[in-house]
Write a protein that binds this ligand. Sequence first.
Ligand code: TMP
Ligand code: ASP
Length: 245
Amino acid sequence: MSALEKLYEGKAKILYKGPKPGTLIQYFKDDATAFNAQKKGTFANKGLLNNYISEVIMGYLEKIGIPTHLIERIDDRQQLIRQVEIIPLEIIVRNIAAGSICTRLGLTEGDPLPRPLIEFCYKEDALNDPLIAEEHIVTFGWATEDELATIFELTQRINDFLCGLFAAIGIQLVDFKLEYGRREQDGDIHVILADEISPDNCRLWDIKTGEKMDKDRFRRDLGGETEAYTEVARRLGITIATENT
Ligand code: TMP
Ligand code: ASP
């Protein structure tokens, strides 16, 4: 195969030009960062595990009618995806208090929230992805009112579904981050789910033991990252034969 044309390299993934117009190849790296890349590291098989986990989760979401960018997983490290214009928002859903909301609002980690909470951050590394209000989004034109309504609706459905999916495998979905993109189809612009859904952008706690099974193991120097991600994959029914890339 001829060398792929690199279009963009992010902290955890690389995007290459895809084989057909309107497609990209998303490559999952083993690099891990936290606190806007102030902390950097790498752990074995992270990219591979996130690739498989995100494939399975996005596959389930497609089945319940959530449009996603995933076309297919190509190999251990790569996915063929639909090209989108990324909406510059990080949509955070919280079911239980953890992470930044605890410091920001003085909550105790582990406290259930009265109802699922959706927060927005402006996706701009140079500004440290600041928390913003809905008003900012429309005022600055980052998304239209209609797009925002779609984002709310899809995000609530994704949270309902994922809470059930993880509960069924003994995992509490504490919080997670989503990104959406715009895609033109038949002359209309559609909002579809982009990026990835994996232990990198979810907080996942074992229901029985409370053990953290996500990137907080790296953020908080707890160790055992590969083992935790592997266990999430195993419970999702993923069997990975070899690392061949
Ligand atoms: P937070 O508690 O640090 O705000 O994180 C909330 C959720 O969003 C958590 O599941 C981790 C995820 N997240 C990302 O995926 N990327 C990020 O850059 C940040 C800050 C959080
Ligand atoms: N992805 C983020 C970063 O390094 C942080 C995080 O996931 O905590 O910038």
